[in-house]
Design a protein around this ligand. Sequence first.
Ligand code: ADP
Ligand code: MG
Length: 326
Amino acid sequence: EVVVNRIAAGEIIQRPANALKELLENSLDAKSTVIQVTVKSGGLKLLQIQDNGTGIRREDMAIVCERFTTSKLTSFEDLTNIATFGFRGEALASMSHVAHLTIQTKTAKEKCAYKASYEDGKLKAPPKPCAGNQGTIITIEDLFYNMPQRKQALKSPNEEFQRISNVMSKYAIHNSKVGFTLKRYGEQPSIKTPPNSSQQTNIEILYGASIAKELLPVELKDDVHKFQMKGYITKVNYSSKKAITLFFINHRLVEVSSLKTALDNVYSTYLPRGMHPFAYISLEINPSNIDVNVHPTKHEVHFLYEDEIVEKIKQTLEAQLLGSNE
Ligand code: ADP
Ligand code: MG
């Protein structure tokens, strides 16, 4: 059973960057305002995230790494909503099957922090009291130590770090009120955004002034299909060989290939061949319209009325881009 669980876990946690994505979302769900990540060897030796969120109650520490343990479902409706993105209550459990996992945490009510290590979904020993601030530190060490093939399939530590850095940057832009720090162990931060920042400021910090000075805010509210779009795209003066797209659906970083294609079509009239814009697009759509059949490991998401919604977005971007051109 341990092996089966390990394989299942390896399906969910495919590389350090998607472990980080899960950890970031947990810290954000816990209402953190400052999130700091430390990495050794592209996240394979060490991936540590420290937040100042609500913390985990002492009595819940025994179960947080069990499969399907989640504090985030309160009703059936929640279940359908959250199921949108597949796995729930599986991230920490999965990590405990494919890495050495330690949690240190303190809630506002507790007098001290508690620390515990996990293996294969279970506490190794009762949590030990220790000193610590409110919030949670999750430490993932030796990722895939027990899955040599998976480890071999990964890119170099530098490339894995780059992926971590990309995920971090995208979340830092979407959640600009939260301060984010990313650093390699023992080094100065490579990413640092202040708390209470703005999305524009963070785009400038993370993607540079040449993008930041060409930003166009875009917005759309649609009552027919009940969705909202907000974001920033670059005006036609900016273009780059590298396409930078940040798509969020209901606050989760996703890939939407139909939207990517639409974006390319919008800009094809303006940009030289092979050149791309920068685009950050955040969609809020009715959770029950998101395809629940999409496998959790796929970051590609589909939703009901996708063609209509993407077409509407395309028209809006086109119009707003044209408007900014005049
Ligand atoms: P999910 O996020 O789907 O609930 P996870 O496996 O990611 O499942 O996390 C399990 C539970 O552990 C969460 O529901 C939450 O109660 C708790 N948890 C995880 N990370 C944190 C954190 N950084 N701060 C507070 N609670 C956390
Ligand atoms: Mg989670």
